[in-house]
Design a protein around this ligand. Structure first.
Ligand code: CP
Ligand code: NVA
Length: 330
């Protein structure tokens, strides 16, 4: 079946078909191979993309900037302090204005409804660069990285997300896994499992039944058995910083270490992380909390730097997959 994504927004993988996700992954592998050969296209020549960031970013912003420019496009970056959006101008008006100037809009912020409204009112493709609910461009990069390292079809893989099972990365994995037939377990404490949105879990389980994906949340370590990927994320997401001490206490038993890798029973398990990560005490935050007696590391330094870790391949793949999204939709 031929896939045509021109003009389509990229708000959540739940909106896409498995064929469309497959198409984006194939395109990303192809664009990466071309870049390795020093070949850049002109697929975005004459295209202007605006990047709206209401939260900080390294990988996502750089991926949009570098990939757009490598394909001949232009980007304009707006941080929360440098636009009128939400302060002097409504979201609807902002979307209508940006749609007149730009061929595509990337947004990172809080409410998923913002990307939905931007897409509704701007008339141009909108790309979700992370919200409190979802991080779909990250999952594309993660699946690409799995394909590079696991050498088997995604539908034969099992992903274990460890930690805050009710955060945007956990949900983003559920959305991606149920679409692509990948088994998913969110492994974390009952308190956070209880806080997860049950309607999301139910919807993903229903979709998973069609594709052969088992989607579950569990506090039982036995459910890590057979995982191909152990995935970690920071314990308190952007905007939740005041929760750091309580999360550190709650999630200390869920810090990924060598014993947890072994608990998968899979000698070839890979460790993945969306980054940024607290894996040592070399960051200002990790150091400040350590001085107060709180260890906020979600993974040990040994695992992060160890032979199972593919985190920097994963980070690089943000760029290739975001390029694929831009080339496919613009
Ligand atoms: N993984 C990720 O989205 O990284 P940034 O926050 O640096 O964009
Ligand atoms: N859950 C993290 C993901 C960062 C890429 C956050 O939202 O801060």
């Amino acid at each position: 079946m031929s896939v045509n994504m021109k003009g389509k927004s990229f708000l959540t993988l739940m909106d896409l078909s498995a064929q469309e996700i497959r198409y984006l992954l194939d395109l990303a592998h192809d664009l990466k191979a071309k870049k390795r050969m020093g070949l850049h296209g002109q697929a975005l020549k004459g295209k202007n993309i605006v990047l709206l960031f209401e939260k900080t970013s390294t990988r996502t912003r750089c991926s949009f900037e570098v990939s757009a420019k490598e394909e001949g496009g232009n980007v304009t970056y707006l941080d929360p302090g440098s636009s009128q959006m939400g302060k002097k101008e409504s979201l609807e008006d902002t979307a209508k204005v940006l749609g007149r100037f730009f061929d595509g809009i990337e947004y990172r912020g809080f409410d998923q409804q913002v990307v939905i409204d931007l897409a509704k009112h701007s008339g141009v493709p909108v790309f979700n660069g992370l919200t409190d609910l979802d991080h779909p461009t990250q999952i594309l990069a993660d699946m690409m990285t799995m394909e590079e390292h696991l050498h088997k079809p995604l539908r034969e893989c099992k992903v274990a997300f460890v930690g805050d099972v009710r955060n945007n990365m956990s949900y983003a994995w559920m959305f991606g896994c149920c679409k692509m037939g990948v088994d998913f377990v969110g492994y974390g404490p009952q308190e956070l499992i209880d806080g997860a949105d049950k309607s999301i879990l139910t919807a993903c389980q229903a979709e998973g039944e069609k594709t052969g994906a088992r989607i579950q949340l569990s506090h039982n370590m036995d459910d890590l058995k057979g995982a191909d990927v152990l995935y970690s994320d920071i314990w308190a997401s952007m905007g939740e910083e005041e929760l750091i001490p309580q999360r550190a206490k709650l999630l200390a038993p869920y810090r990924i270490d060598d014993a947890m890798l072994e608990a998968t029973g899979n000698p070839n398990v890979i460790f993945m992380h969306c980054l940024p990560s607290f894996h040592d005490f070399e960051t200002k935050l990790a150091k400040e909390w350590k001085d107060k007696g709180v260890d906020i590391r979600e993974v040990t330094d040994e695992v992060f730097r160890g032979r199972h870790s593919v985190v920097f391949d994963e980070a690089e793949n943000r760029m290739h997959t975001i390029k694929a999204v831009l080339v496919a939709t613009l």
